[in-house]
Write a protein that binds this ligand. Structure first.
Ligand code: COA
Length: 316
């Protein structure tokens, strides 16, 4: 999907923007070292970043350099799990070097337009006011806010008291593969219902099976089923490469079952699954407007790690 590396000269003649050659890890490692110095990238090595991008429809990496070295960097991707109409972006700058930042973001806009995206949505981790100002100056508007939260897992969590909800039983997709269609239906509805500025698009979202992969020790989909074998709740948990960290990917309750404790019960089941496998940290990202999900995470001791501000720019 990716075109070959390109270079261009920005309006500031001292700055050259180039698309990285992703055939090896060296350039991407250098970009991520720059990102760590000037911001909070999701991961800090090329190997880990490639894993994050494993399911992306397209992704790339750009840097703006001057004689002083890297001055700005950008990591755009297009992901069906959010929606193919927009590019997701992490980008970093040396504070104050707006010209380099603008130049790299122009290349990202061109890259995204070539792939038929209509918007670029930037995920800005733990931003300073100066960083937000730099995004605004580059034509991005703040559209929402999320929080990265996490919770340590202890050995006692493996026996945490399960929560009963009248009328439902709990299983996993690995145990009941026959429930895949019903689970997929709720998976899609849930994407439409997340109150997020990310604008998840259920039209593009890949089937649940694709998200889970084939290794039942890497990822789990806990299912809540009603008396008619219909999936009325689901919660996904996916372990990272080193398996000691796991991320909650989606917790969902069927519309007519909300407010009866199902999300709390599903959360307990995923925490128990993680604890039984030696996971020592659980992570999630929640939108600031998602009161029920925030309540679930607060109840089980998830603490904020940092803010994630969402900034968006429409493409011409
Ligand atoms: C978020 C969601 C999973 C919650 O499911 P649920 O089964 O209704 O939640 P529960 O009944 O277990 O309630 C969980 C907590 O949220 C609280 N809550 C429920 N609805 C609420 C509301 N509308 N506003 C504020 N708090 C609410 C409950 O009181 C409970 O807190 P408590 O344990 O401290 O009393 C459900 O609303 C949903 O599927 N939303 C769409 C998908 C989504 O946004 N998923 C999360 C993003 S990953």
């Amino acid at each position: 999907m990716r075109s070959g590396p390109t270079s261009s000269v920005s309006p500031d003649p001292a700055v050259t923007v180039s698309e990285l050659d992703l055939a090896g890890d060296a350039q991407l490692d250098e970009l991520l070292a720059f990102a760590s110095e000037h911001g909070t990238p999701r991961v800090t090595s090329a190997v880990a970043y490639r894993e994050l991008m494993a399911e992306a429809a397209a992704w790339s990496a750009f840097v703006a350099r001057s004689a002083d070295g890297i001055r700005a960097a950008a990591l755009p991707s297009i992901q069906a799990a959010i929606g193919l109409d927009q590019a997701q972006l992490n980008a970093f700058l040396v504070p104050g070097d707006q010209a380099a930042f603008d130049a790299v973001l122009e290349q990202v806009a061109a890259w995204a337009s070539e792939r038929s995206a209509t918007h670029v949505t930037a995920h800005v981790s733990a931003p300073t006011d100066t960083a937000i100002d730099a995004w605004r100056a580059a034509g991005y508007e703040q559209v929402g806010e999320r929080a990265r939260v996490s919770r340590p897992v202890t050995s006692e969590d493996a026996t945490m008291a399960e929560i009963d909800v009248e009328g439902v039983t709990f299983t996993t997709l690995a145990e009941r593969p026959d429930l895949e269609d019903s689970a997929d239906e709720l998976w899609r509805i849930a994407h439409d219902d997340v109150p997020s500025a990310l604008r998840f698009s259920s039209a593009d979202v890949p089937p649940l099976r694709g998200e889970l992969g084939d290794d039942p020790e890497r990822a789990v989909a806990v299912l809540a089923i009603d008396g008619d074998d219909r999936v009325v709740g689901l919660a996904l948990l996916i372990r990272a490469a080193d398996r000691t960290i796991a991320g909650h990917r989606m917790t969902a309750t069927a519309r007519e079952w909300r407010g009866r404790g199902l999300a709390n019960a599903l959360k307990v089941a995923t925490i128990r699954w993680a604890a039984a496998r030696g996971v020592d940290k659980l992570q999630a990202s929640n939108d600031s407007g998602n009161a029920p999900m925030q309540a679930v995470n607060a109840r089980f001791g998830y603490e904020p790690e940092y803010r994630l501000v969402l900034m968006r720019r429409a493409l011409a």
